[in-house]
Write a new protein. Structure first.
Length: 157
């Protein structure tokens, strides 16, 4: 079973503005979750059913879901409150790596979406340290695997 994420591709050059003070050499890139052979892109003309011009297929066993974001600015310029994303539910901590962007439960009502700086283990088990790309310091605590809500695999502008 597959989920179809249908969308028309629009490129907005202003989305890619970089701020003068930003330095990107210390930013980690997310690890590949899908290899190239797992990414299918097609059109109606190629015989694929879809409601728009383009689509991407993500297997349902990855438990994909759509995410929206609050306007905190912590992850600009990568995404903001006008962006959407597709996340998957990681099955184990082994699927989460430095550079990946995850959503996690800060408390009963707040979900944070930030980039993983590092992972490790201590006497309580696996943990991750995260930070918003636009924040000056990390989130200030260890994120445990049960707190992880999802791992971002696609941003849709």
């Amino acid at each position: 079973m597959l989920i179809i994420a249908a969308f028309t591709v629009y490129i907005n050059i202003t989305t890619y503005q970089f701020y003068e003070k930003a330095t990107y050499e210390d930013k980690l890139a997310p690890a590949d979750y899908f290899n190239e052979s797992q990414i299918l892109i097609g059109t109606k003309e190629e015989g694929y059913w879809t409601q728009s011009d383009y689509y991407v297929l993500i297997p349902m066993n990855q438990k994909p879901f759509v995410s929206k974001f609050a306007g905190t600015g912590s992850m600009r310029p990568l995404f903001d409150e006008q962006s959407n994303a597709i996340e998957i539910e990681p099955k184990s901590p082994m699927e989460i790596h430095a550079g990946d962007i995850i959503s996690y439960k800060l408390n009963e009502t707040d979900i944070i979406v930030h980039r993983i700086l590092s992972t490790g283990t201590d006497n309580e088990g696996w943990f991750a340290i995260a930070k918003g790309d636009n924040n000056p310091i990390d989130d200030g605590h260890k994120i445990r695997f049960p707190e992880v809500n999802g791992k971002m695999v696609m941003v849709i502008y």
